[in-house]
Design a protein around this ligand. Structure first.
Ligand SMILES: *Cc1c(COP(=O)(O)O)cnc(C)c1O
Length: 233
């Protein structure tokens, strides 16, 4: 059985290789370790070999782990799951990044509820690039208006876009999905010149991080390749 440390090393090698093949700088892609359903000990094991960024989907579970790992001050918490509006306060108080904002109401609440002393909350807008039914995310059509409104909220920094394209698509379709997100970010950069920190594409998971990096991912969100298969929900 491979250890979490071995898995991190091997995923890091995959990232380095893909970055190199894409002609990108080695430090242009960061690894977000998706630790949902995993116990705090797994996060500790990853942190021990230098992993600092962790992604969580379920708020209560995340808050319990953040509390249990308070003694590790360098950890950086990212919320990547669907957001209910009655949960925004705790998200605004406990996370550094939120990747899954897909409507203005949620963004407004996060901005209002972000404690001043923590500085702005980093935001990615989740986009449903292929208009899949039953999937969160705003449409590519709604995106420009949502991005403009979010970029004006005082306690948020709009950093970029996130997508979860169906990993079971053909490789060509998957690449096209990642391209759509990259293209949408490029367009936003032109239409929102004031949003100078618009530098983030959160895309690519355990099975598709290579094509995502080829198309410009700056965060890859990797769970099972680091921590093993998750129990069925
Ligand atoms: C679970 C999850 C991941 C990680 O998926 P793996 O296939 O286990 O790497 C990435 N992003 C989001 C939003 C997730 O919910």
């Amino acid at each position: 059985m491979s250890s979490i440390a071995d898995n991190i090393r091997s995923v890091t090698r995959r990232i380095q290789k893909a970055t190199q093949q894409a002609g990108r700088k080695p430090d242009s892609v960061r690894l977000l370790a998706v630790s949902k359903t995993r116990p705090p000990e797994d996060i500790r094991a990853a942190a021990q070999i230098g992993q600092t960024a962790f992604g969580e989907n379920y708020l209560q579970e995340a808050l319990d782990k953040i509390e249990a790992l308070k003694d590790l001050p360098d950890l950086e918490w990212h919320f990547i799951g669907p957001i209910q509006s009655n949960k925004t306060r705790q998200i605004a108080e406990s996370f550094l990044w939120v990747h899954s904002v897909d409507r203005l109401k949620i963004a407004r609440r996060l901005s209002e509820q972000r404690p001043d002393e923590l500085g702005p909350l980093n935001i990615c807008l989740q986009v449903n690039v292929n208009d899949e039914e039953r999937k969160s995310g705003c449409s590519l059509t709604e995106l420009p208006e949502l991005a403009t409104a979010v970029s004006e909220l005082p306690n948020l920094t709009l950093r970029g876009l996130m997508a979860i394209p169906d990993p079971n698509q053909s490789e060509a379709d998957l690449k096209q999905s990642f391209q759509k997100l990259a293209h949408a970010l490029a367009q936003l950069k032109q239409s929102l010149p004031g949003a100078i920190q618009l530098d983030t594409l959160s895309m690519g998971m355990s099975s598709d991080l290579e094509p995502a990096i080829e198309e410009g991912a700056t965060w890859v969100r990797v769970g099972s390749a680091l921590f093993g298969a998750r129990p069925a929900k």
